[in-house]
Design a protein around this ligand. Structure first.
Ligand code: ADP
Ligand code: MG
Length: 702
């Protein structure tokens, strides 16, 4: 655990720089909140005139305090912040929370940089600026201007929005979702989300990390820390419009948006994405209170057929379809329900079943080896008391002595149910007012387990690559003043990274083209080679299925003519003569550099699938072979690759190999390649491989 970050988040002593005697000031609020929250450490208000604030002795300058100070909370106006940070550094303060706003969020980057520079000179770290502060139940510390500590619990919130943090703080009481900590990170001038993930992963009072994110400073660091984190992370990402995606010169550029890239990145590093605020609370409740789900066997126990069916639907929708319980388990459960009940799964103990039915069934089923996770549903009835049922559920779980698997509960009913649900939550059992929410929570616990398993796999690094060769080709193109590679050059770069491309020769005269075609063997394909004509068919500069010498001569003339018609001053290297790949399933692979996460890989089926349906999927590069297989099943048209309508399955292994190599190429050359695509790539029947027939690389601006 980083001792400096620890000193900021768990200080033994705090100076409030800018403490005020005026109750309407933030500098007063912070001191008051520290007092109200029962903070046990020393508090030193720094104020030029006052003798004491709220019973704490004041000092005119932090350097006048004769004791050691761990952290300083800064509330003075922005202009004075550099000065007080300097003084805090000279005093030997370890870290700062800077509440003051008026920095990069209003465009003043210089002032913010200055403050960070001074802090780092003294080895201090900063949370903020532009924050609410830090709140921690386990430290009885409200070092913020939010009015009170959140409902006590085990989650930790890291929020980029201050206003939302204050609202969530209050909402914890009505939603009954408990947090140990709430940390406002504001502008992330110094400490960023990634640092807090690393810290909270080691914090004994945190079981689950909840993030509200508007933008990350460094996507790669975020992914790295999230990958290392062994606690579940749930993130709500706001602001899904494209930011910083490079101008869309390629297909991938126009299809990539920051929302899709965030979604991919979260998945790749094991972060569950919340759909909205409700989802964020609901998921936090389950992730903070329950262990992860280690297998797919979900058992539902219900007293109502209706909620049982809704839950069954939800289980399928969220990817954990129900299976029938084993016969032996069913036989035992049948003993505790009327003859018209069902022990299959959902286990319907029927409306007539009282607390004994729940108690006996749960006590037997919950610790059963077949069961990996359990949802208990209850519909309010005339003959049962929700509170008694709640207690029966709780007691059965307690007495089973097994706490290794998750359980969630849903009560549907009126006020009596509300009270019983609160009671269950207070006893660490996530309880929801709709059956689908109880199921969704369990499926997230399952997904978390699966993501944590795969997220730990380190990205792939192939060995059959020749980066020096690729860089040589790129350097030569740059030397000619080019900002894009021709297909011929791009294919050579692809080849250097182990990608299968069609044999391609560059002809600079008609005679040369004739000779090359004969060498390659007919039929051949001919295409213009020009850095100024990136979409060659649009210019009428691609001729396929050329069968003989006369065909080559005709194609030469037509391609040259069309190219010059398309762009009179086009720089032309010549015409590519290439082997004609037999037709099969067409896919597209591409990349674009995302402003936050760097190079990202796109994959989809070619033709109308990409043009019309935009059926593509993204990953942050590089990816391994397993992830490359996942990409192929993530697209809606996945069945086509798997062999739909009597067709043989395509060579998905060879395609995975191409995707992984491609992702490594764009990752490794990310300083050179801004965007790229292989469109199309032809995928043959299983065992027969893959062929890249077109290649496009747009270079980064240098
Ligand atoms: P562009 O995308 O610049 O218009 P392509 O190189 O993709 O040019 O060529 C256009 C189309 O021609 C491809 O989508 C593919 O259908 C076909 N094609 C191109 N090269 C080959 C080849 N070597 N073998 C088979 N078909 C090809
Ligand atoms: Mg193409």
């Amino acid at each position: 655990m980083d001792p400096i970050i620890n000193a900021v988040l768990k200080p033994k002593s705090i100076a409030v720089i800018g403490a005020s005697t005026k109750p309407e000031k933030i500098g007063y609020k912070v001191v008051e909140n520290l007092k109200k929250s029962g903070y046990q450490g020393a508090v030193y208000p720094i104020n030029l005139e006052a003798d004491e604030i709220m019973g704490y002795k004041c000092y005119p300058n932090i350097k006048d305090v004769p004791y050691v100070i761990d952290a300083a909370v800064v509330t003075v106006p922005a202009k004075i912040v550099p000065k007080v940070v300097q003084e805090a550094g000279e005093k030997g303060v370890k870290g700062l929370s800077i509440i003051t706003s008026g920095f990069s969020e209003v465009g003043d980057h210089a002032l913010e940089d200055e403050v960070v520079r001074i802090a780092h000179e003294f080895g201090m770290r900063i949370i903020g600026p532009n924050i609410i502060g830090v709140l921690s139940n386990s430290d009885q510390m409200n070092a913020s201007f939010a009015n009170f500590l959140p409902l006590n619990g085990k989650a930790a919130l890291v929020s980029q929005s201050g206003a939302l943090l204050i609202a969530m703080d209050a909402a914890t009481y009505t939603r009954r979702v408990g947090f140990d900590k709430m940390i406002s990170i504001g502008n992330q001038a110094d400490l960023e989300v990634a640092d807090l993930i690393a810290y909270l992963n080691e914090d004994e009072n945190t079981t689950c990390i909840t993030l509200y994110i508007e933008g990350l400073k460094n996507g790669a660091r975020f992914m790295e820390e999230a990958r290392k984190c062994t606690k579940p992370i749930i993130a709500l990402k706001a602001g899904t419009s494209a930011h910083g995606a490079a101008a869309a010169a390629s297909h991938t550029g126009s299809l990539a948006g920051s929302a899709k890239v965030y979604e991919a990145a979260f998945e790749q590093c094991g972060v569950s994405q919340a759909q909205d605020l409700n989802d964020m609370f609901d998921t936090t409740l389950a992730l903070s209170l329950q262990p992860m789900m280690k297998g797919d066997n979900l058992l539902i126990i219900t007293n109502g057929g209706g909620v049982g069916v809704l839950a069954t639907d939800a289980a399928e929708k969220y990817g954990l379809p129900l299976k029938f319980a084993p016969e032996e388990l069913q036989a035992e459960l049948r003993k505790h329900m009327p003859s018209f009940g069902s022990a299959k799964n959902p286990v319907d103990i029927t409306g007539g079943a009282g607390l004994e039915g729940y108690y006996e069934c749960i006590k037997y089923a919950y610790p059963h080896t077949w069961v990996d996770g359990m949802a208990v549903l209850y519909c309010e009835t005339a003959v049962t008391d929700p509170q008694e049922i709640a207690e029966a559920i709780y007691n059965a779980i307690q007495e089973s002595g097994d706490f290794s698997k998750p359980v969630t509960v849903s009560f549907v009913g009126g006020d009596r149910c509300e009270a019983a649900m609160r009671w269950l939550i207070e006893h660490d059992i996530p309880t929801y007012n709709a059956p689908d929410l109880a199921i969704k929570a369990l499926t997230t616990l399952r997904k978390q387990e699966q993501m944590l398993q795969t997220a730990h796999n380190r990205p792939y690094k192939p060995t059959d690559v020749d980066p020096a060769k690729a860089r040589e080709i790129i350097a030569a193109a740059r030397a000619k003043g080019r900002d894009a590679l021709t297909e011929v050059d791009a294919k050579n770069v692809f080849r250097a990274y182990g990608l299968p491309v069609t044999a391609t020769e560059l002809a600079t005269s008609e005679e040369e083209a004739v000779r090359m075609a004969a060498e390659l063997g007919f039929p051949v394909v001919m295409k213009i080679v020009s850095p100024d004509i990136l979409h060659k068919s649009d210019a009428g500069a691609v001729k396929v299925n050329i069968k003989d010498e006369q065909g080559v001569r005709d194609a030469w003339k037509v391609i040259m003519e069309n190219s010059l018609k398309y762009k009179a001053d086009a720089e032309i290297d010549g015409i590519a003569v290439q082997e004609m790949a037999p037709w099969a399933t067409e896919v597209i692979v591409g990349s674009v550099n995302d402003a936050t996460f760097g190079p990202t890989l796109m994959f989809g089926l070619g033709g109308i699938f990409v043009e019309v349906m935009k059926d593509v999927t993204f990953k942050v590069a590089p990816i391994d072979i397993a992830t490359a297989m996942d990409m192929q099943s993530e697209i809606k048209s996945a069945k086509i690759l798997q062999g739909a309508r009597g067709e043989l399955p395509r060579d998905q292994k060879a395609l995975a190999n191409v995707l992984a190599h491609y992702s490594y190429m764009v990752y490794d050359l990310n300083d050179e390649i801004a965007e790229s695509d292989a469109n199309p790539v032809i995928v043959y029947e299983d065992g027969k491989g893959v062929m890249v027939v077109d290649a496009r690389i747009i270079l980064t601006k240098k």
